[in-house]
Design a protein around this ligand. Structure first.
Ligand code: HPA
Length: 270
């Protein structure tokens, strides 16, 4: 293990070997409390030189345990570019997971619906993304221990995992949209003109996370799957002002089916 944070966490987790890495988005942290049979948790603040989560609705700790028989290492609270972290700080936890043995990387987020017909409370499986953050987490000296200088991104989100997610949703009787997530840096929500532009570019949903983690995970050879909880219609589409409160309230409203979807996916032993 190269990273001090990996050694620290490995030490605290003892013999636990995670296969799945899980990142819980805004308002979705309850999954760790409700669905993970935890063997341990480590606050980010305990880890030397590790960033801390500053957003409301993000607990800020690692939770290790099992879900449906799968060993999972979960970030209950993620780091966002808009909090002021450098991209290298966003890369760190992803690489820590890789060093601890994670092969499958499952990302969740809250997002605004851009495509026609998307409604608050819908779920969207990411088929692809557009990086509109203006920065790439792999910029700088290449981390050769993890991957190559110019990693392929032609299949950012694993086809088999997506098929399993679709099958899980069908089994549960849940609608699961599929589409392109466009990431902005935030923290301001978008303007209506930006949303019209993003729609023309092919975006189905817009958010402020996930893309940096996906890029770092693909660089390191992990299989990635990501699901958005559409918490609101994007700017200008509903006539209402956007608030973080609405984001949190919608995520809370659909917590049960969202957790069922994630747990059901893991139960299929991806
Ligand atoms: N825009 C950007 N990020 C978001 C949104 C949005 O409308 N909703 C939740 N996260």
């Amino acid at each position: 293990m190269h990273l001090p944070a990996s050694r620290f966490l490995a030490d605290r987790l003892g013999t636990f070997r995670p296969r799945v890495g899980l990142v819980l988005g805004s308002g979705l942290g309850f999954f760790a409390d409700e669905r993970i049979d935890a063997v341990g948790s480590v606050p980010y603040a305990d880890i030397p030189d590790f960033p801390r989560s500053t957003v409301e609705g993000h607990a800020g700790r690692w939770v290790a345990g099992t879900v449906a028989g799968q060993s999972v290492l979960c970030m209950q609270g993620r780091f966002h570019f808009y909090e002021g972290y450098g991209m290298e700080q966003l890369a760190l936890p992803v690489r820590v997971m890789r060093e601890l043995g994670v092969e499958i990387f499952l990302l969740t987020n809250a997002a605004g619906g851009v495509r026609d017909g998307m409604r608050p409370g819908d779920f969207m499986l990411l088929s692809d993304h557009i990086n509109f953050m203006g920065a790439n987490p792999l910029r700088g000296a290449n981390a050769d221990a993890f991957g190559t200088r110019f990693p392929d991104m032609s299949v950012p989100y694993d086809a088999d995992l997506r098929a399993l997610a679709r099958a899980t949703a069908a089994d549960l009787g849940l609608a699961l949209a599929e589409g392109v997530y466009l990431a902005v840096s935030g923290p301001s929500f978008e303007t209506p003109a930006e949303i019209r532009a993003f729609r023309a570019l092919g975006a189905d949903a817009v958010g402020m996370s996930t893309v940096p983690e996906c890029i770092v995970a693909r660089h390191a050879g992990m299989r990635v799957c990501a699901v958005s909880c559409i918490t609101n219609l994007a700017s200008g589409l509903s006539g209402d002002a956007l608030t973080h409160k609405e984001v949190a309230e919608t995520a809370a409203r659909v917590r049960r089916p969202f957790a069922d979807l994630i747990e059901g996916l893991l139960a299929r032993q991806p």
